[in-house]
Design a protein around this ligand. Structure first.
Ligand code: KG4
Ligand code: ZN
Length: 445
């Protein structure tokens, strides 16, 4: 089968089993063909073969992923190329053959997939034309009833949403024939959720015969401001504030990060979420707490600015929620008081982040501060950090709000930066729950 540019393409089929979930799903050509519960991989090969029979004419590549083998193995990857005798893999014919087209690497067009937590996101980034298409599906409604992300539900929902989103984004982004490479978030995040994007991305790249790379979610956040019209120039200081991470880093270039400070306990977003829960707000807490704080009266409560009274660039936010509990103990909590507490909490976090941001600028002599990650969407933080930058004669840069929270535009962009510099992964599907940023290196290093 050939695409519009005459390039050989193949259909990809993939099989994903989600760790411990007992769910095995088989999305094929955009449709969920089979769903088994409690599968024992290896014993059901006859069943697979029967299921595949009607579609076999359309399948040129079959990729088998056994995620049930255990998390530890996933670091090294689980996928084998067809024909390597993997039990359960069907014989396939490989027709796709990646030919480097004459186009410069810099103008590569990259498909990006993000499924690390509770957003399914797909995007296409083109080195020449910029961002061509991006879509985010948020699972917020799914998890709201539980007051937080339920990993099993997240994985299953990614599985349901990823292929329809992919089809939409590919249609908007010039079709799959134009894709020169695929990037996916391979960590840190929920392993089951990561696996969905990783398996889809790796399988597609394999089927299309294009290079693929797994990328670091927080590096995506860090470089997201490069999606904007006036991107920051290296070197700069980055403050990464998300649900799982609070990091200050000096950024020399792609993959060249010196960690200046990090949270010793809760991340800033986590502190927002936990305090929001205390105040009776739903999930996700950060944006709801910020909304409530708008009605708060200043100076009713005052909470500590943790670790600002001593030198250093580390953070500690876990004590703040305790301070909120203590301040509200024994009081009749009405709406106004909850709003007052929300405002005081937000002030404490923002003050702390601004103080440490300013210190990092002073320590490095950098002229630019980038603020990224979900908490970077916070309006008070954006305004206060900008004001600090003006006073200090420093440029403060944010991605637009939709690229602060989880998205695939940043993943496609990062994929472009790495793939166009020659980075190539092997066939392994990589999903890592933990992945310290200190392990990151420049592309090709
Ligand atoms: O970067 P992100 O979307 O996902 C992770 O990689 O963690 O960050 C999510 C975090 C959540 O903790 C959420 O409550 C917080 O960012 N957040 C906010 C706001 N919007 C999202 N926190 C404070 N104010 C906001 N406007
Ligand atoms: Zn994130």
């Amino acid at each position: 089968m050939a695409d519009a540019r005459g390039r050989e393409v193949a259909h990809a089929a993939l099989l994903v089993t989600l760790h411990r979930s007992g769910l095995l799903a088989f999305p094929l050509l955009g449709r969920l063909l089979v769903e088994f519960t409690a599968p024992q991989l290896g014993q059901y090969t006859g069943l697979f073969a029967g299921t595949l029979e009607p579609a076999q004419g359309g399948i040129e590549i079959f990729v088998l992923t056994n995620a049930n083998a255990g998390h530890r193995n996933l670091v090294e990857g689980q996928v084998r190329a067809p024909g390597h005798g993997h039990r359960g893999a069907l014989p396939v014919k490989r027709t796709a053959n990646f030919k480097e087209r004459g186009r410069e690497l810099q103008s590569m067009r990259i498909l990006g997939l993000e499924t690390s937590c509770d957003e399914t996101a797909v995007a296409v980034y083109d080195g020449t034309a910029g961002l061509l298409a991006h879509e985010v599906y948020s699972q917020v409604d799914l998890h709201a009833a539980y007051g937080g992300v339920v990993p099993e539900l997240a994985s299953r929902d990614h599985l349901r949403k990823v292929l329809p989103l992919l089809r939409k984004v590919l249609a908007e982004g010039g079709g799959r024939g134009g894709i020169d490479g695929v990037a996916y978030t391979s960590g840190p995040g929920l392993v089951g959720a990561l696996l969905v994007g990783a398996a889809v991305a790796r399988s597609l790249a394999f089927a299309w015969g294009v290079p693929c790379t797994g990328v670091h979610h927080m590096e995506g956040h860090l470089l997201a401001p490069l999606l904007e019209d006036e991107p920051p120039e290296f070197p700069f200081v980055a403050l990464l504030v998300s649900g799982g991470h609070t990091v200050l880093a000096r950024v020399e270039g792609v993959g060249r990060y010196e960690i200046l400070g990090a949270s010793l306990d809760d991340a800033a977003g986590e502190a927002f979420d936990k305090t929001a829960k205390l105040l009776g707000l739903g999930y996700p807490g950060g944006p709801q707490l910020a909304l409530l704080a708008e009605r708060g009266r200043p100076d009713v409560f005052r909470f500590p600015r943790p670790l600002t009274d001593r030198p250093g660039l580390d953070f500690s936010f876990s004590g703040l929620k305790t301070a909120v509990v203590v301040a509200l103990r024994g009081r009749d909590l009405d709406d106004q008081m909850r709003a007052d507490a929300a405002l005081a909490f937000e002030e404490a976090v923002v003050d702390t982040l601004v103080t440490k941001g300013r210190r990092a600028l002073e320590a490095t002599g950098a002229g630019t501060l980038v603020v990224a990650g979900g908490v970077g969407a916070n309006r008070r933080l954006r305004a206060r950090m900008r004001a600090m930058g003006e006073r200090a004669g420093v440029r403060v840069v944010y991605p637009r709000v939709e690229f602060c929270t989880d998205n695939a535009a940043m993943i496609a962009l990062l994929g472009h930066l790495r793939l166009s510099a020659g980075q190539r992964d092997d066939l392994a599907i990589r999903a890592r729950a933990r992945w310290p940023m200190t392990e990151l290196a420049p592309p090709g290093a």
